[in-house]
Design a protein around this ligand. Structure first.
Ligand code: PLP
Length: 392
């Protein structure tokens, strides 16, 4: 059978019909525990009443006008985001890749303003920044780039979590405009850098007057225990990109800037038809309300620790488990062998998980996951992992 949908995704044989909090129901009425949140998107859980109300009330008034006009709800969202992030201004778009495109364009314009003929951006091995041409060129994964050459030029790749590698590039080049890095690598395998890595990058960027650009598309919106992951380090980046959980499933992306970086774009330099439209912005405002009112950053820290401790207790003695790591509710269980099969086995047990970078089981549960659901998750997942590794 030829599908009318291009086969860009390898889809699991399940179709969900409705959700509530951390639960999803398929079209046969089976209930699943969602420990993935649509890949770090539905941080408030499914069908959250605040988002529901915001979207329905806004859509009854106005879905879209244009950035040709003033948009009050976009203005309000920008103000809330600035007070939560410590940044100066924001460009709104519709996805993570678009937010990073804005950051890449901003870095290039910044470089040109400082007299660089061909400004370059330092990026990391195993990084993921999106699927547009520029963002896949910035991505540190040749599988994602294959077949799409010629890639976009202007990226220099170094090892993640290695300050010396960045220093070396900075010593050898005088056309570096920016460093683009994830505070925790998501797709790359839940790679958590040294606790002072971001501080050291901040110092290097200050010293060389280049932009520190953080891709917080997966780590943002309280996922790691702070509204933005860099807040663990007590620093501010020059540019920060967000998307995924910002609208709890309503598409919205944002490129935040500060200081000199906030002055780079002038009228006409960048744009988006849908970016920051009333519908998306009202959803995002509702998300920020709930995150603050329910202190979901603290919840991410607390519940993340419980899952980490539970899995560690159950799996520490398993020689096939290489590492269990987490930052808030971004959790990785690395096995010694490829384990993509576990996703299907979990699905058959009504549990939604993900495997990334071949060997790392990735959990990104909604921030509202409760203790009972955590117990179920820890029990079911460790039982599945134990059975899987015993079968090897
Ligand atoms: C998901 C993701 C992106 C891409 O976002 P899209 O909305 O799929 O374009 C970029 N960077 C990181 C770190 C991500 O996790």
């Amino acid at each position: 059978m030829n599908s009318p949908i291009m086969p860009t995704y390898q889809r699991l044989p399940v179709c969900f019909e409705r959700g509530e909090g951390a639960w999803l129901w398929d079209d046969a009425g089976n209930r699943y525990l969602d420990a993935l949140s649509g890949i770090a998107v539905c941080n408030l859980g499914h069908a959250h009443v605040a988002v529901q109300r915001a979207v329905s009330e806004q859509s009854a008034k106005l879905v879209h006008t244009s950035n040709i006009y003033q948009i009050a709800v976009q203005q309000r969202l920008a103000e809330r985001l600035m007070s939560l992030s410590g940044m100066d201004n924001v460009f709104f778009c519709n996805s993570g890749a678009e937010a990073n495109e804005a950051a890449i364009k901003l870095a290039r314009k910044y470089g040109h303003s400082r007299g660089m003929a061909l400004p370059h951006i330092i990026v990391m091995e195993k990084s993921f920044h999106g699927r547009t041409l520029a963002t896949l060129s910035a991505t540190g994964n040749t599988k994602i780039q294959q077949g799409f050459e010629p890639l976009v030029e202007g990226f220099i790749r170094v090892a993640y979590n290695t300050i010396e590698a960045i220093e070396q590039v900075l010593a050898q080049h005088n056309d570096i405009a920016a460093i683009l890095v994830e505070p925790v690598q998501g797709e790359g395998g839940v790679n958590i850098p040294d606790s002072d890595y971001l501080n050291k990058i901040r110092a290097l960027c200050d010293k060389h007057q280049i932009l520190m650009m953080l891709d917080e598309i997966q780590t943002g919106v309280a996922r790691t225990g702070q509204f933005l992951c860099y807040q663990h380090n007590g620093i501010l980046p020059d540019v920060c990109t967000m998307a995924k959980a910002l609208g709890n499933g309503v598409p919205i992306g944002a490129c935040l800037a500060r200081g000199a970086a906030a002055q780079v774009f002038s009228a006409g330099a960048h744009g988006s038809t849908f970016g920051g439209n009333p519908l998306a912005c009202s959803a995002a405002l509702a998300v920020l309300d709930v995150i603050e009112q329910q202190n979901l950053a603290a919840a991410a820290t607390q519940q993340g620790l419980k899952i980490y401790q539970g899995l560690t207790q159950r799996l520490a003695a398993n020689p096939h488990v290489v590492d269990i790591r987490h930052k808030g509710l971004m959790i990785g269980v690395e096995l010694a062998q490829p384990c993509a099969e576990l996703v299907k086995q979990a699905l058959a047990n009504y549990l939604l998980i993900n495997v990334t970078s071949d060997k790392t089981i990735r959990l990104l549960p909604p921030l509202i996951i409760n203790d009972e659901q955590i117990e179920l998750l820890v029990n079911d997942l460790s039982t599945l992992i134990t059975a899987f590794t015993e079968s090897l």
